[in-house]
Every structure is written in C-alpha cells, then in structure tokens.
Design a protein around this ligand. Structure first.
Ligand SMILES: NC(=O)c1ccc[n+]([C@@H]2O[C@H](COP(=O)([O-])OP(=O)(O)OC[C@H]3O[C@@H](n4cnc5c(N)ncnc54)[C@H](OP(=O)(O)O)[C@@H]3O)[C@@H](O)[C@H]2O)c1
Length: 260
C-alpha cells in the first residue's frame, strides 16, 4: 500500500494556518492527499487552501474553529461528514513560557483544552472510523520538552508529556487494527510560537518547519516517536544515557530562564 492508499483520501490538520501545521498541509497535498485545514484565522486558511488547490491538484476544505470551545467537533463534523479522513494530524497547540504564577489558571486550562482535550476528542471521533476501515494514521505534535520536567514551561511540558505517553500506548493498541500512530517531538522551530521569546542563548538552533513536518511524514508507519534534527537527537541521547532526570530539568531550567 502506498502513502495515499494507506492514509487517503483526506488528511485533517489542526493548526494549519501557520508554522508546522501549514507545512504538514502542503506536504500531504504534495503526496496526493486532499486536506481539511482547521484553525481560527479564516483568511490564512483560505489563502493556504487556494495555494494547495492550485499547486497540488487536490481538494482543500477549511474549518474555522476555536478548538478550546466546547462545540468545536460539531463544526468539524459539518465539513467532514461525507469524507474519509485517513490521516489525523493533531498539531494545534499553545505554549506558555514564564514564571508559573505569572500565568493565570484560565490560561493554563485553555492550554490543557487545546493541547490535550481537543486531541482526545478528535482521536475518539476519527480513530474509530479508521478502525472500521482497518487503515489510517494519527500524528500528534508534542515537543522535546515533554521528555522532562521543564521549569518556566512546566505546564506546557506536562501537556506534551501526556501526548507522548498516550501516543506510545495507543500505537501499540491500534497496530493490529491497521492504524499507525506517531508522535512528533520538535525542538525549537521557527514559527509564530517562538517569535516572541529570545532563544539565542539555547544550545540548539531553530529548525525550519518544513523539515519538522517532513520528518513526521517520512516516519509514520515506520516508527512511533520521531525527533527531528541532529542536535535535538544528540540532546535526547545525552538526556537518556548520560544525565539523570534531575540533571535534565536543571539544565533546561537554566536555558528557559534566559528566554523571557
Ligand atoms: N515552534 C516550536 O519551537 C515548537 C517546538 C515543539 C513543539 N511545537 C508544537 O508544534 C505545534 C505547532 O506549533 P507551531 O510552532 O507551528 O506554532 P504556530 O505557528 O503558532 O501554530 C499554531 C497553530 O495552532 C493554531 N491554534 C492555536 N490556538 C488555536 C485554537 N484555540 N483553536 C484552533 N487552532 C488554534 C494556530 O492557528 P490560529 O491562530 O489561526 O487559530 C496555528 O495554526 C504546537 O502543538 C506546538 O506546541 C512547537
């Protein structure tokens, strides 16, 4: 089975209006999949849909929705009801960097809704359809920060740890049903998300979102977990084989404190 037979006819990508999600959309369209683009900014979604239809000869639909709102699935169902979503890319996310108590509980809960609750709702809805068809794939965009306690981004790292551990278990569970699960763990990436902080003191450079999305598209069906970039993989190796969890947290605390 080729990529399109396994994960077609349609891919649904959340957070498609910018950054890594936008790259997922373009590269999946390039592989021949029709795309459903999900985010809040309709102008950006329309522009991307037009570009995709023009360049890749596939169909593109858009859903303007806030994934932290309780009724978000209804809006997604309206657009996808008669489509076969063979690939779910649960990518939309928000981050908080700063002192924990400078954040509000409302904002932390919004982050949990977007980074954990929305992926869960989408997984239940589309995952069950994939199981019935005995084929499909789910990609979650987590983060390298999900591998460790991360001071000054503790709650965000916690949401990503949830996605990593869940995806690893789910990958095993769904394999006999023909559904592949992959969790993508980017390090620093050049997107809107990283545009407001100063990461110049970090030891690794910001990666291009094109390469980050590509690493996941190339890995699905072959692996469960992917971290893009040589330096990021070196850091992962060191953190697993050389350093303790406590040392990792201390080191990242030092890095993160200089970013805000
Ligand atoms: N950049 C990094 O260094 C980095 C590193 C590790 C992991 N990640 C993860 O990568 C994923 C993509 O982030 P990015 O770096 O590409 O950042 P980005 O350019 O800021 O993209 C975030 C996307 O999520 C969408 N989004 C945000 N809030 C939403 C909401 N309430 N409802 C619906 N959509 C919403 C945004 O669209 P609208 O604003 O139009 O709604 C946008 O399309 C996130 O899960 C992030 O945690 C990023």
């Amino acid at each position: 089975m080729n990529f399109k037979q396994k994960y077609g006819d349609w891919a649904l990508i959340t957070g498609a209006s910018s950054g890594i999600g936008k790259e997922f959309a373009k590269q999946l369209a390039q592989r021949g999949l029709n795309v459903v683009l999900v985010a809040r900014r309709i102008d950006k979604l329309k522009q991307l849909a037009d570009e995709i239809v023009k360049n890749y000869n596939v169909q593109a639909k858009i859903v303007q929705v806030d994934l932290t709102k309780p009724d978000f699935l209804t809006k997604i169902k309206e657009v996808t009801n008669d489509l076969e979503i063979g690939l779910l890319v649960s990518n939309a996310g928000m981050m908080y960097i700063g002192n924990y108590f400078d954040n509000t509980p409302e904002n932390e809960i919004k982050m949990i809704d977007l980074n954990i609750k929305a992926p869960a709702i989408l997984t239940h809805y589309f995952g069950q359809q994939m199981i019935k068809r005995k084929r499909g794939g789910i990609i979650y965009t987590a983060s390298m920060l999900g591998f460790m306690g991360t001071p000054y981004s503790s709650a965000y790292a916690g949401t990503k740890a949830h996605e990593i551990v869940k995806a690893e278990g789910l990958a095993y569970e769904l394999k006999p049903n023909g559904v592949d699960v992959l969790v993508l763990n980017p390090g620093l990436t050049q997107t809107e998300m990283t545009s407001k902080n100063d990461f110049s003191k970090m030891p690794m450079k910001l990666m291009k979102p094109e390469l980050v999305a590509k690493s996941a598209i190339n890995a699905i069906g072959k692996r469960t977990l992917v971290t893009p970039g040589f330096m990021n993989n070196m850091m992962n190796w060191m953190s697993k084989h050389v350093m303790s969890r406590k040392m990792n947290t201390k080191m990242f605390g030092g890095f993160m404190k200089k970013t805000f």
